[in-house]
Design a protein around this ligand. Structure first.
Ligand code: MOS
Length: 690
């Protein structure tokens, strides 16, 4: 592999370049993109879970002053490509889930559009439907692969080996919705045969290729722009129906911009979500705590119209040494919205069951939970047999324990009416570099400009790409500008899978090297070089992951069962940290989201109607400042030489991974009550409190 960069700008805690514009309110988000005399769209959603619409009457709606059009399956443009059924909206009258878009109103104001949408009268024919995930669903099936392309099942050795100590439990994680602050929004303009989309997305290039394919347009006639994003957590990683709707609407009014913003409630059926999971975990160990067998069988859901199979059991394949191992995924195809990516799909729910099971095993053995994990640390990746490019899980556990004060913990400590306990869990997340990005570097009047169509979700790309370029060019970071978030810039892969920095950064470094090769260190105005993300020659030689350990202190009110997480500390080994300010924010954000998952978040689907009942932020509870007390994220000094020239690993997702398990383990330590079903709410604790 090519050499590591000498870190000069890398490693500095530079503040966010996009900060001032965001704080001042001048950063143009997709919906606020200035547009002359725009029309506003409001989607109409099906009010039944399965069936079809027979008739859509817009007489009253269309009579409203300011309504320009009602687009329905009867009147909408036929799309060129309908292979992706989630995106093939308004193409037929079938309703595959409650909330499917069956119409779209275009009006002079958003209020009018919304009012008109309510006046549209729909006549339905209903079919029986199933919207409830059940472990014993007779129609469970085995998908061909799980996200993105992992084997569905694995099996090695003999699972029936009798072990001295066993754990056999079933754990469940809830359905969760991503809920970024900025909803899914688009400003769209069809002008002169070119479609321009200012869209809130984690990948302008994915939106372009998807929309071009869907409408049968050459890619050059679709431009997607997205300089700023108010979060996505995966829900803006692949395009959803909203952007197709905005484009459809724009094409009915050439020359006139249209704006579409999903409401918070609409996001609960149109923007993806995390599948609920049912995880049976079986562990077998000898008396010394050495795992002999590890079996994880996952049941989860997908939608009738499009498969998304979460790789929930994937981390169990590589995490611990156990001679006999098996994992499986079974899916229920339900009449529900399409599940998708949500921060650490796979690892996040998939480490909950196993990391609580490890705590249960430690208890059964009378071994400290950290020691149990240390004893099962593999020499090499148990699944592939490859060496780890770097794996410092044990150091994370030990260093974290010291910083947290783990050794002084006492079971069942009481502080007035609070029962106090602490718990630990391990975290893992793949560290990958994706092929397919390209960067340009141009020199002009003493300044370098880096161009790459990357996305900054709020993660820090605006800030860290110049740091990487500066070190690769060997110039001060203040002399480097960056342009991102536009398909007119060189192609960039999605801000997803914690691969952004590694993938785009590698392209930037390659472009810098090409620039220096071409022009030396004394370039002239207009000098320019471009390069693609190089293949990583070490790619197939190592198993590549980031690791971490979360420690939680829980306080449970002995009378009410109220849970407070008074301390939450994470220690991570995630390669070289490019920018400690933005990195810490990523890790802390992940941990807060994990706390939220552990205690609050829960999309309650009513199986009688097929919709999420608590589909707004009043009832879908997300952790707020008051829930976060002593929160800390640290990292070890690690540089991985086998991944990318920065020596870095992705950090956007690992923070969430072990957090819920650490909290569940802490709650058990405090109360003696083992909650295996997230979220940990009072009703699950009260019957068992002392
Ligand atoms: Mo992340 S869920 O890979 O955008």
């Amino acid at each position: 592999m090519t050499g590591l960069l000498e870190p000069r700008a890398i490693g500095r805690g530079l503040t966010r370049r996009d900060g001032p514009a965001k704080v001042a309110g001048t950063a143009p988000y997709a919906y606020e993109h200035p547009a002359e005399a725009p029309l506003y769209c409001h989607p109409i959603q099906a009010a039944i879970a399965r069936g079809r619409c027979l008739r859509i009457s817009g007489v009253e709606a269309e009579a409203l002053d300011g309504v320009r059009a009602l687009i329905t399956p009867f009147t909408a443009e036929r799309l060129a490509d309908t292979d992706d059924a989630e995106l093939a909206v308004l193409q037929d009258c079938e309703i595959p889930f409650r909330g499917r878009v069956i119409g779209l109103v275009l009006a002079e104001s958003s209020e009018t559009a919304r009012h008109a949408a309510e006046l549209v009268d729909v006549e339905y024919e209903t079919d029986p439907f199933v919207a409830e995930l059940k472990a014993d669903d007779p129609d469970l099936y085995q998908p061909d692969k799980v996200n993105p392309s992992f084997a569905t099942d694995t099996s090695e050795g003999d699972l029936e080996t009798a072990s001295a100590v066993t754990v056999d439990q079933t754990y469940t994680t809830a359905m969760y919705h991503n809920n970024p602050l900025e909803p899914h929004t688009t400003t769209a303009l069809w002008d002169d045969g070119v479609l321009t989309l200012w869209d809130s997305t984690q990948s302008v290039h994915s939106v372009r290729s998807t929309v071009a394919k869907t409408f049968g347009l050459p890619a050059e006639r679709v431009r997607v722009i997205c300089p700023y994003i108010g979060g996505g957590f995966g829900s803006k990683g692949m395009p959803h129906a909203n952007v197709v709707l905005a484009a459809l609407a724009a094409r009915t009014v050439p020359g006139r911009p249209v704006k579409l913003a999903l409401t918070r409630q609409q996001m609960f059926s149109l923007a993806g979500y995390r599948t609920p999971t049912i995880q049976r975990v079986r562990l077998g160990a000898d008396r010394d705590g050495r795992l002999e067998s590890l079996d994880m069988a996952v049941v989860e859901q997908t939608s009738r119209i499009k498969e998304f199979a979460e790789q929930t059991a994937a981390p169990a394949r590589m995490m611990y040494a156990a001679r006999n191992r098996a994992t499986s995924h079974r899916l229920a195809r339900l009449d529900v919205p399409v599940p998708s990516w949500m921060r650490a799909p796979g690892e996040c729910p998939g480490m909950f069951g196993p990391e609580v099971a490890m705590d249960e095993l430690a208890e059964a053995l009378g071994i400290d939970p950290i020691e149990l994990r240390v004893r099962n640390e593999p020499e090499e990746d148990p699944e592939t047999g490859l060496p780890f490019s770097s794996r410092h899980l044990v150091e994370c556990l030990r260093t974290g324990a010291e910083r947290f004060g783990w050794d002084s913990r006492t079971r069942g400590r009481r502080d007035g009416r609070w029962l106090v306990g602490s718990g630990v869990a391990a975290s893992v997340y793949p560290a990958k570099r994706m092929p397919g990005s390209s960067a340009t570097i141009r020199y002009e009047k003493g300044r370098y400009t880096v161009e790459i169509g990357a996305a900054d979700l709020g993660t820090g790309a605006w800030t860290i790409l110049p740091q990487i370029a500066a070190d690769a060019l060997d110039v001060p970071v203040d002399s480097v500008d960056v342009r991102i978030g536009d398909t007119d810039l060189p192609k960039a892969t999605v801000a997803g899978g914690s691969t952004g920095t590694a993938s785009w950064g590698s392209a930037v470094v390659a472009a810098a090297e090409a620039f220096r090769d071409k022009y030396g260190s004394d370039p002239g105005d207009g000098d320019e070089a471009q390069a693609d993300t190089p293949k990583n020659p070490d790619d197939k030689k190592y198993s590549t992951y980031g690791f971490g350990a979360q420690f939680a202190e829980a306080r449970v009110d002995a009378d009410t069962g109220e849970v407070r997480v008074s301390r939450l500390h994470g220690t991570f080994a995630v390669g070289r940290i490019v920018n400690p300010v933005t990195a810490r924010s990523q890790l802390l954000g992940g941990m807060v989201m994990g706390l939220s998952m552990a205690l609050h978040e829960n999309s309650v689907l009513d199986p009688r109607f097929g919709h999420v009942v608590n589909h707004d932020l009043a009832e879908y509870h997300i952790a707020t400042n008051a829930d976060v007390e002593d929160l800390r994220a640290d990292w070890l000094d690690e540089t991985d030489p086998h991944l990318n020239p920065m020596g870095s690993k992705g950090i956007g997702e690992i923070g969430i991974v072990g957090t819920a398990a650490a909290i569940a383990n802490a709650v058990h330590h405090a109360t003696g009550v083992r909650v295996r079903d997230l979220p940990i709410t009072l009703d699950k604790l009260l019957p068992g409190l002392p």
